[in-house]
Design a protein around this ligand. Structure first.
Ligand code: AGP
Length: 573
């Protein structure tokens, strides 16, 4: 939701903090700021993007930075982080939500609050507890705090950054005569690949010559140093206009790698529960269809934010699969923890190594998608699907032949320009319907989400059979319908649905199977996918929908990689 960065070392901090914030901007970008200690505390805060924080020439070799996705308080300069205390000697940055901030604020009536945020309240509480020892002040303050947080606090009299974590990610970067703090490794890999992941209810004191870690009872802990196997280079755009387009075009390689990745799965389950959010959720719903069809096992899919509050009927004989690209989504993490409390075994399908969900699940299958920077998830979705097929294959003791899929994907990608021409005909509409059946019903939902989140056009995904139960009332010549209609067992049903739309002057963009001439009598526009097994169509039909949404968003001059109001990782509920 927000990005935090900290640096203490021998180099000038400003450049390092700004570069780090650029890397973290996908986590939130409605305002930003840095604080650097020199003779005193120097603070620079802006509304909007990190780029507005142009190098002010702040001098100093240690400081903190923040890029914000507003939760409490509008995106204004006063609400931007870092916040400063009454003395002006302390500064704080925070990612998360302090749930009892009003109760705390009421106890600090003599403090002068400058913002409307919950984060500033945390700083004044630390100021209230401060008696010369910053770490002690933080530990004392945390005894009164409820909520999710990853925050850094500095004091101009101490050459150190104190960082604490509960529920929001923090990773420490270890350098030579310099150390770093960040929300995720993308901000660290240009400087170091030696990292330490802070766990919930842990605090670190980060200095130029080293770090020390404590639990909240002030017991010192041994840091677990890991090496990041990721090179910042592969996170560059490599000539594509947007990260999202690059990631769409990486999908053949991602699927190829996912098909051969080592895979050991040893689970027995009475019932399988799949939980996730957003696009990962639609992968999970597709997984339900796949696993039930192949393994004949009952699978329940739940949106994680629903699962965690419905007192789910899950127990020790069940398996919960949590799907998450970031491995930090708060609702998915909470659902996993609830399932564990109820005795179920848990498996994560995760893209970011050593992320919180990856570390807390009983077992983890890493998707081999590489870093996904675009806020709209594409290649991670396909990688999640491949892992779900491989799980179904294992559970059903069958052999699936998916070797043709990467080439089929490559073929679809060659149609990007054709899809852009179709996009030009529809980029000014205000509403879209996406319809599909069976395995392609979740793909209709995913296609609608892609359209919504990057082009800002309202789009609804529906099970095609539901059209006559209401949505068809929406159809006019100004409300186009995208119909996923491969040559499969429900093809005729889909043709009927398309005819119902056409009978009401609705235009139809059909995602159809190469060689299908019949569809030309029904659809307004057609995007073909290569012939293949019905079971694997979701891996193919989603790509034209990704490209359609991408081109429409680009034609509308939307910010494809960082859509308004969104963040790549939703670490608050
Ligand atoms: C996908 O395009 C969205 N950005 C969003 O729905 C995302 O899939 C969701 O927030 C889940 O994120 P996760 O996979 O990191 O858990």
């Amino acid at each position: 939701m927000c990005g935090i960065i900290g640096y203490v070392g021998y180099r000038e901090a400003e450049k390092i903090l700004l570069k780090g914030l650029h890397e973290l901007e996908y986590r939130g970008y409605d305002s930003a700021g840095i604080a650097i200690v020199n003779s005193g505390l120097q603070v620079n805060k802006v509304v909007g993007r990190v780029a507005n924080l142009e190098n002010k020439g702040l001098v100093g070799t240690f400081g903190i930075g923040h890029t914000r996705w507003a939760t409490h308080g509008k995106p204004t300069v006063k609400n931007a982080h870092p916040h400063t205390d009454c003395t002006g000697n302390m500064a704080l940055i925070h990612n998360g939500i302090i749930e009892n901030y009003l109760e705390i604020k009421n106890k600090l009536k003599e403090h002068a609050f400058k913002s409307d945020t919950d984060s500033e309240v945390l700083l004044h509480l630390i100021e209230e507890c401060y008696g010369g020892d910053l770490k002690k002040a933080v530990l004392d303050a945390l005894k009164e705090v409820k909520g999710a947080y990853a925050f850094c606090v500095i004091h101009q009299d101490h050459q150190e950054i104190v960082v604490a974590r509960n529920g929001s990610p923090v990773v420490l970067g270890l350098g030579e005569r310099e150390n770093f703090i960040a929300s995720d490794v993308s901000a660290l890999v240009p400087y170091t690949k030696r990292v330490v992941y802070l766990n919930d209810f842990e605090l670190a004191v980060v200095k130029e010559n080293g770090i020390s870690i404590f639990d909240f009872k002030n017991k010192q802990l041994q840091p677990a140093v890991k090496t990041v196997d990721w090179d910042a280079v592969i996170a560059e755009k490599k000539g594509y206009k947007h990260f999202m387009l690059k990631e769409i075009f990486e999908q053949p390689m991602v699927v190829r790698n996912s098909l051969v990745a080592p895979f050991n799965l040893d689970v027995k389950a009475r019932k399988i529960f799949i939980v996730a959010c957003g696009t990962a959720g639609y992968a999970g719903l597709t997984g339900k269809y796949i696993i039930e069809r192949l393994a004949k096992l009952p699978v329940e899919f739940d949106i994680a934010s629903e699962f965690r509050y419905k007192d789910p009927l899950i127990g020790k004989d069940d398996l919960l699969i949590a799907i998450s690209q970031s491995g930090e989504t708060a609702d998915t993490l909470a659902a996993l923890r609830l399932a564990k409390e109820k005795g179920a075994r848990t498996l994560g399908i995760i893209n970011v190594r050593d992320s919180t969900i990856a570390r807390e699940a009983d077992a983890v299958i890493y998707t081999i998608a590489g870093p996904e920077i675009g806020v709209a998830s594409t290649k991670a979705f396909l990688a999640q699907l491949v892992m779900l097929y491989r799980i179904a294959e294992k559970l059903s003791h069958t052999q699936l032949d998916m070797s043709a899929i990467p080439q089929h994907l490559q073929t679809i990608l060659t149609k990007s320009d054709v899809i852009r021409e179709i996009a030009k005909k529809y980029c000014r509409v205000y509403n879209f319907l996406f319809i599909g059946r069976n395995l392609n019903y979740p793909i209709a939902l995913e296609g609608a989400l892609k359209m919504k989140e990057i082009s800002y056009i309202h789009a609804e995904g529906y099970a095609s059979g539901e059209m006559k139960h209401g949505p068809i009332a929406l159809v006019t010549d100004e409300v186009p319908t995208v119909a996923i209609v491969p040559k499969d067992g429900v093809y005729e049903k889909m043709i009927s649905n398309i005819e119902e739309v056409k009978a009401r002057n609705g235009r139809v963009i059909a995602i159809a199977t190469e060689g299908d001439e019949e569809i030309q009598r029904h659809a307004t526009d057609i995007i073909y996918i290569p012939k293949g097994e019905e079971l694997f169509t979701p891996l193919l039909t989603v790509v034209p929908l990704q490209l359609l949404a991408y081109h429409i968003a680009d034609l509308r001059n939307c910010d494809v990689d960082k859509p308004r109001n969104l963040a790549k990782s939703v670490t608050v509920e």
